[in-house]
Design a protein around this ligand. Structure first.
Ligand code: DQA
Length: 147
């Protein structure tokens, strides 16, 4: 099963960005974690990050056309991008929204995600483990040999 792990703005700076909030795992480490977890689980994991909204929209369209599963950290776009939400609504495969931090325990403008209502499920506040957990869920629920 193909899984796109898509990351929005500023997530390429993980490891140096607000380490008190996002931890010390770098983006390169996150990619390794996702690819290694995918390999263990028999998933074809493609990890991408962009600071350009149109690029994320293109990747979501690609996933929609393929019927692929998506793990998405929309980052700041979570809170206001109707375009990202609309692209997520086109997906035919499962969508797990991931946030490294607990957005509900932070500033009020982060409490609402416009993406959550069209996601299969949401993981937040568990650090980069959230990505690992999302991949485990997808493999268990939607991987080969599951009902
Ligand atoms: C984030 C939370 C967002 O509010 C923030 O804009 C991000 C990262 C997270 O992973 O905790 O960039 O999505």
């Amino acid at each position: 099963m193909r899984v796109y792990v898509l990351n929005g703005p500023n997530l390429g700076r993980l490891g140096t960005r607000q380490v008190d909030v996002y931890g010390v795992t770098s983006y390169a480490d996150l990619v390794t974690i996702c690819v290694d977890t995918g390999r263990e689980l028999g998933l074809d994991v493609q990890v991408r990050q962009t600071d350009a909204e149109h690029e994320l929209l293109g990747w979501l369209h690609e996933a929609a056309d393929e019927g692929a599963a998506v793990v998405l950290n929309p980052a700041a776009w979570s809170h206001y991008s109707i375009a990202v939400r609309d692209a997520c609504a086109m997906l035919r495969g499962p969508l797990v929204e991931v946030h490294i931090s607990n957005i509900h325990a932070r500033e009020e403008f982060r409490h609402h995600s416009v993406v959550s209502a069209v996601a299969t499920g949401v993981i937040c506040g568990l650090g980069v483990d959230g990505y690992r957990l999302a991949l485990h869920h997808l493999a268990a629920r939607f991987g080969a040999g599951t009902a």
